[in-house]
Design a protein around this ligand. Structure first.
Ligand code: GLA
Length: 726
């Protein structure tokens, strides 16, 4: 079994195919995180080194015989605030006496097959109980009666531990959770680089790598959503670790709201990483008998570099996070009308888009923003989810019928969590948006945010959406979210629960998504937030694809897609061919083929030649669908390291197929370009489709090919397709 408890040593050992974690119940019930790293098959548990000296100014627990023990220097697995560990606490709870001293000690454990659901929250799952095992350790603060149930799930096939924590109030008095991490990781040295993904609107998920230093480094969001600005992801990579080699720890929160990931390096060069809901703006009032469930944190460990870390995340999300019909079924190739017409359209234009798109092989037309209320710009009608009859003159039904008759499915845009001041909904319910007493509401993109914590608000939006979706033949919804939260208050929350608003908002959104999917299980939902402003595993649980960025410039897309690929699979990245003239259509298509391929333009404006190219790309997408969606990604040359070109491979799980794509971002006179391919089977013979030449996998990976003969002008690109006989 992957999880074992050794009674005598009081040790838990968690084994994944690529990692081992060891926890120990120490004297006085302290739980120590002794080890997390490369697999250790043997049992020399006595020799685990942690600091065996008592440092000055480190407090002691007088009950302990071990006078060297201090909670301040030992690897406390889930450390509380104010009780002897001065490093950043994993958890802090303010008790009814008015202090926030928190100290959890071991009570009991249970190991169970499978993986329990997390109430109200997205999380990784298994469909067969034999595919995972879960350890739950109950910790208790014996002074306050707070309990923390630490949960660890080990998957049979991947080097992943999924972790979360449930806090229970087992006392007779209320308490307030000030901070609660989903994972707290202690490592005995700090010789790592901190890697994270930062960005902004239209420039999401740039990779940054900096050496750890003493003190704290963190990434966070207090915007009410995971945001464009930081992704809820961080990695610790051994100095010198690269794409293909070296130890890497990856942490990704399955959460779409405020988060914080902090790494602290203390004065003894040990490190602690805490990840979870951002403590800023968070205070959860917990009554006797109540419990609080944290979001899940997925931790990955590998000795094979960042590339393998990404592939582990990808496989886990493909098989154990994404759900529903489109987990396995092919997704329709879509054309989205937004960049082709913005708000300027009517039913005739939509049908004409569909007619041209059908000629190129597209399978679905998505009508974006502007079909509802009286929306002619971004300044009205959010919340009024009924058809704008001046635009869609005969109503949705007849227009969709005409589009269906052309052989296309139909998709539609919603922004369910928002409300325009200029809307019927706002006139009827001005109290339904987030606001705080005595303060004017900030406006962003001319809109306010609905109070998703309220059931009546969610019911109203659900009923409006249900009407549209049940009365019409709609296969797809683009679920947008175009601003962040300010003046976040709810008319329905009492003052002592005021700071629960951010998390309750996210729970409200999740419950609306869940309800919609329960009612329309075949619906494909694509997530979106001004492009990729809410691109996280939490949303992926409901929306198997997410619009990666509003930036459709193909060259700028490269960095965005490379960064996104650090943890998210290709099938999750909405990637469209658009009008941006920076490159020709071949290159636009080659870049869009990395994700869920689609198109975002007015097809009436395309020349015959452009249409022919796009028709070929749609066909290629079908041809390579399985390879692109379920294959393993190898980043060969990344735009974060090379200003001139970038390249990536998709390799089929059986290693008999490989598609290599290269894009020249900037011309260089250096025609020598030797690529040593990755991820192949050295013993197989591969045939390069374009030339018919044959090479062994060993040759391709070790000697490589000089690709200097292929197109290398500004914005040019090429693909190489290799196959090995079956
Ligand atoms: C956001 C999305 C776009 C488009 C517009 C519509 O910016 O990212 O793709 O849907 O909203 O207003």
């Amino acid at each position: 079994m992957p999880i074992r408890f050794y009674e005598e040593e009081k040790l838990f050992k968690l084994d994944t195919p690529g990692s081992t974690a060891v926890l120990q119940i120490y004297d006085e019930g302290y739980l120590l995180g002794l080890y997390y790293g490369a697999p250790i098959p043997d049992m020399h548990f006595d020799n685990f080194t942690f600091r065996d000296y008592f440092a000055s100014f480190c407090p002691r627990n007088e009950n302990l015989r071990d006078r060297f023990f201090s909670p301040d220097v030992f690897p406390i697995e889930y450390s509380g605030f104010g009780t002897g560990d001065f490093r950043p606490a994993a958890v802090a709870i303010r008790n009814a006496d008015g202090n926030d001293c928190t100290d959890f000690r071991y009570e009991s454990y249970v190991i169970r097959p499978g993986k329990p659901k997390l109430e109200g929250l997205p999380a990784t799952y298994v469909t067969d109980e034999r595919d995972a095992e879960t350890l739950e350790i109950t910790m208790l603060d014996r002074t306050t009666g707070a309990a923390a149930i630490l949960s660890y799930t080990v998957f049979e096939t991947e080097s992943v531990i999924a972790r979360s924590v449930r806090i229970e109030n087992r006392s007779e008095r209320p308490m307030d959770i000030e901070k609660v991490s989903s994972v707290s990781l202690n490592l005995p040295d700090a010789d790592y680089d901190f890697i994270h993904l930062w960005g902004r609107w239209a420039a999401e998920r740039n990779l940054q790598r900096t050496p750890l230093r003493h003190g704290q480094q963190s990434v966070s969001s207090v915007r009410g959503s995971s945001s464009h600005f930081h992704n809820p992801f961080a990695a610790l990579a051994r100095r010198g670790a690269d794409e293909d080699h070296g130890e890497v720890y990856g942490v990704n929160l399955v959460y779409s709201g405020n988060f914080d990931i902090t790494v602290d390096v203390d004065s003894y060069e040990t490190l602690r990483l805490n990840a979870g809901i951002a403590p800023a703006g968070f205070l959860w009032h917990l009554l006797p008998g109540e419990s609080f469930q944290t979001p899940e944190a997925v931790t990955v460990f590998t000795t094979d570099g960042l590339g393998e870390m990404s592939r582990i995340f990808h496989r886990l999300y493909l098989h154990n996070l994404i759900r529903g019909r489109y987990k396995t079924e092919r997704r329709p190739v879509l054309i989205n009308a937004w960049e082709g017409c913005f708000f300027d359209f009517d039913d005739e234009k939509m049908v004409s888009f569909a007619a041209r798109a059908a000629e190129m092989g597209f399978e679905m037309l998505v009508m974006d923003d502007g079909w509802f209320g009286h929306r002619d710009g971004d300044d009205s009608s959010l919340g009024d989810w009924f058809v704008y009859k001046d635009k869609i003159r005969g109503g949705l039904g007849p227009m969709i019928e005409r589009i269906r008759a052309l052989g296309l499915k139909f998709g539609i845009w919603f922004e369910p969590e928002m409300i325009s001041p200029d809307s019927k909904l706002y006139q009827a319910h001005p109290d339904w948006c987030l606001r705080v007493p005595g303060r004017p509401n900030s406006i962003a993109r001319n809109q306010y945010v609905l109070d998703m914590t309220r059931e009546d608000v969610r019911d109203n939006i659900f009923e409006q959406m249900r009407k549209i979706l049940s009365e019409n033949d709609i296969a797809y919804v683009k679920w947008d979210f175009n601003r962040n939260l300010t003046e976040a208050g709810s008319a329905c929350l009492p003052a002592e629960r005021g700071e629960e608003i951010f998390h309750r908002f996210v729970l409200g959104t999740y419950s609306l998504l869940e309800r919609l999917l329960a009612e329309f299980p075949d619906l494909l939902i694509e997530g979106c937030s001004g492009g990729g402003g809410r691109f996280d595993p939490g949303m992926l649980y409901y929306t198997p694809q997410i619009w990666t960025s509003d930036n459709t410039d193909p060259i700028e897309r490269l960095a965005i897609q490379f960064g996104t690929s650090l943890c998210y699979p290709a099938s999750a990245m909405g990637a469209h061919v658009a009008k941006c003239p920076r490159t020709g259509y071949e290159t636009k298509g080659n870049i869009a083929l990395w994700g869920t391929f689609g198109c975002e333009l007015d097809p009436n404006t395309l020349t015959e030649e452009e249409k022919t190219i796009i028709r070929g790309q749609v066909a290629d997408y079908h041809r390579f669908y399985d390879l692109l969606h379920y294959g393993d990604l190898y980043r060969v040359t990344t735009p974060f390291e090379n200003a001139f070109r970038c390249a990536w491979e998709m390799v089929s799980p059986d290693k008999r197929e490989m598609l290599f794509t290269n894009v020249t971002m900037r011309f260089s006179h250096n025609r020598k370009y030797i690529v040593r391919f990755k991820g192949l089977n050295p013993a197989l013979t591969y045939r390069l489709e374009e030339t018919g030449e044959e090479f062994s996998g060993a040759f391709l990976m070790n000697a490589g090919l000089n690709l200097g003969c292929y197109p290398f002008g500004d914005g040019e690109s090429f693909r190489l397709y290799f196959t090995a006989d079956r």
